[in-house]
Design a protein around this ligand. Structure first.
Ligand code: MN
Length: 214
């Protein structure tokens, strides 16, 4: 078995004007596709492809030394982008409701404070990487960032958690439209966040027993 690039749940131009069609086309069709083809090449001849991509990166320590680096970079790239496409929507934006909103209010004070914390994590990630909203094994929310294509599910993550929202801050994600203005891109991202999907991801984390995640 091998991994494949999932279809986008919307058209390339549907996130405009916040994310432009050309960026989406290249990002999904070229960048994500390259991570998947390099991942498949790295695991060729093994049975590592017979599991979900999240399971593969969670158990990265069991991947043979000779291909662990390639699986970290390209498996991370596949997992990260797969989540990224899902948590955006042409009908996105606004603010979350329900139990996710209640938890945000409890931990951050209010939505604006959460947005500031998340935006700061995205803005201060030096070089290429990702900003995350994750759920820790004790079910609390955490905001963090990772370098390159690392993911909070990976065993070496400094902020171990299950990501429910992720933002790609590699320049390839925003350079055509925003050039060096990463903060403008981060701000625009909030107009396309699919909070319904993020809330579902949060509920799924709550449904997992603590003993299974720790
Ligand atoms: Mn990317």
């Amino acid at each position: 078995m091998s991994y494949h690039v999932p279809d986008l749940p919307y058209s390339f131009n549907e996130l405009e004007p916040h994310i432009d069609a050309k960026t989406m086309e290249i990002h999904h069709g070229k960048h994500h596709a390259a991570y998947v083809s390099k991942l498949n090449a790295a695991i060729d001849g093994t049975d590592l492809g017979n599991q979900s991509i999240n399971k593969l990166i969670t158990t990265l320590n069991t991947v043979p030394d000779s291909i662990r680096g390639a699986v970290r970079n390209n498996g991370g790239g596949h997992a990260n982008h797969t989540l990224f496409w899902e948590i955006m929507s042409p009908n996105g934006g606004g603010e979350p409701s329900g139990e996710l909103r209640e938890k945000m209010n409890e931990q951050f004070g209010n939505f604006e404070a959460f947005k500031e914390t998340f935006s700061a994590a995205a803005a201060t990630r030096f070089g290429s990487g990702w900003a995350w909203l994750g759920v820790k094994s004790d079910k609390t929310l955490c905001v963090c960032s990772t370098p390159n294509q690392d993911n909070p599910l990976m065993p070496m993550a400094e902020c171990p958690s299950t990501p429910i929202l992720g933002l790609d801050v590699w320049e390839h994600a925003y350079y055509l439209n925003y050039q060096n203005r990463r903060p403008d891109y981060v701000n625009a991202f909030f107009n396309v966040i699919n909070w319904t999907k993020v809330a579902k991801n949060y509920s799924a984390c709550l449904a997992v027993s603590t003993s299974a995640t720790s």
